[in-house]
Write a protein that binds this ligand. Structure first.
Ligand SMILES: Cc1ncc(COP(=O)(O)O)c(C=O)c1O
Length: 364
């Protein structure tokens, strides 16, 4: 028998969020970002669920792309970090993968490689994030070099926004201006917007948008919550109560014993811990959802278990379901309580947690 901890993946919510992307960026093709196992949701199942409604998928590297191809995903698969060795190029050509080119080394590797199949690719421009991409001044030269590579059938231009989640930061407009100025001379398709760009910076939409976190139902903006953005959570991390203890005032709970019962009280034990991806650094008082109520965490998170204060919950029993995050407890709030972001919690749900694909109609 497996432990009662699972991630419920609501495919209806995924479709709803994809519709939101279309509403916000109606003129753009959609490159759904499903790297890191679709932010922890299960890349193959997520891709299969939306492949008829998007224009391509973006992953971080070859391993992720190959497992999608092996699973029969036949939409264009784009490699956000390109390739790292020239012996990857034949496989990229054979599988029809679409790499992002961001270094001169990759240009040289392309020049030297005789591919049997024509290749599509993106050229990445560094418009100000200073992570991947060619500096604006290098773009004419690299475009010139790439134009002479016969196997390069289609080239597109992209960049990435560094701080679009802060709608007050003028840096995003500067990045948009840099990208537009550098790419104006080229008629190829262009892409700049991540979820925050899609949501708050219409000028960034261009020909392709690249939504990640908003597909999974989390707000990409620092000052807006999911409800106000009309996004629905796709993942609910669920578990069950496996023990209930009537403890006495002063009893210590969990490792270190640094949480003590302030009075005689019931404490519930839940099968979920940092070994499942629930963050150990979370603060006491972070809430979980039990029997239509919120119950605060007490004691430290251990590898397989957490403990909760059941004083406010009547008629609770062993076997009752608990939501750690999802429809009632936004993962964004749990992430904030752990000093991190929803991206880290979602992509950090570990392999031992089964993902269960379901179609659920959202609660209004
Ligand atoms: C190049 C690129 N585009 C798009 C995205 C999607 O970003 P978000 O999840 O914020 O929408 C990412 C994610 O990190 C990325 O690296």
């Amino acid at each position: 028998m497996s432990r009662p901890v699972w991630a419920r993946i609501n495919l209806s919510a995924l479709h709803h969020n994809l519709k939101r992307v279309r509403e916000l960026a109606p003129g753009s093709s959609i490159l759904a970002v499903i790297k890191a196992n679709a932010y922890g949701h299960g890349a193959v199942d997520i891709a299969a669920a939306i492949q008829d409604q998007v224009d391509g998928f973006a992953v971080a590297g070859m391993d992720e792309a190959v497992s999608l191809v092996d699973a029969g995903i036949n939409k264009g698969i784009h490699l956000l970090s390109g390739f790292h060795r020239n012996d990857e190029l034949p496989l990229i050509g054979q599988l029809g993968l679409i790499p992002v080119i961001h270094t001169w080394q990759q240009v040289e590797q392309l020049e030297k490689c005789a591919l049997d199949q024509p290749l599509q690719a993106w050229l990445k421009v560094d418009s100000g994030m200073h992570r991947l991409g060619f500096r604006p001044a290098e773009v004419p030269d690299v475009m010139e070099r790439l134009s002479k590579i016969p196997q390069l059938a289609q080239l597109r231009l992209m960049s990435h926004l560094a701080n679009a989640d802060d709608v007050t930061d003028p840096y995003t407009n500067q990045q948009i201006d840099v990208f537009n100025t550098v790419t104006r001379a080229y008629s190829c398709a262009k892409s700049l917007a991540n979820s925050a760009g899609i949501s708050a910076w219409p000028k960034s939409h261009a020909d392709w948008v690249r939504p990640g976190i908003m597909l999974y139902g989390c707000t990409p903006l620092a000052d807006r919550d999911e409800a106000s953005m009309n996004l629905q959570p796709v993942m609910s991390l669920c578990s069950k109560i496996i023990a209930i203890h009537q403890l006495k005032r002063g009893d210590r709970v969990g490792y270190g014993g640094d949480w003590c019962c302030p009075e005689d009280m019931p404490v519930g034990v839940i099968t979920c811990g940092y070994g499942d991806g629930y963050p150990r650094r979370i603060s006491v008082g972070t809430e979980v959802w039990v029997k239509e109520h919120r119950a605060p965490l007490v004691g430290r998170v251990s590898m397989d278990l957490i403990t909760i204060d059941l004083r406010q919950i009547k008629q609770v029993n062993i076997g009752d379901e608990v939501e750690l995050w999802g429809q009632n407890i936004p993962v964004t709030a749990v992430a904030a309580a752990a000093g991190t972001i929803s991206y880290e919690l979602l992509s950090g749900v570990t392999a031992r947690v089964p993902r269960k694909m379901e179609h659920l109609i959202a609660k209004i």
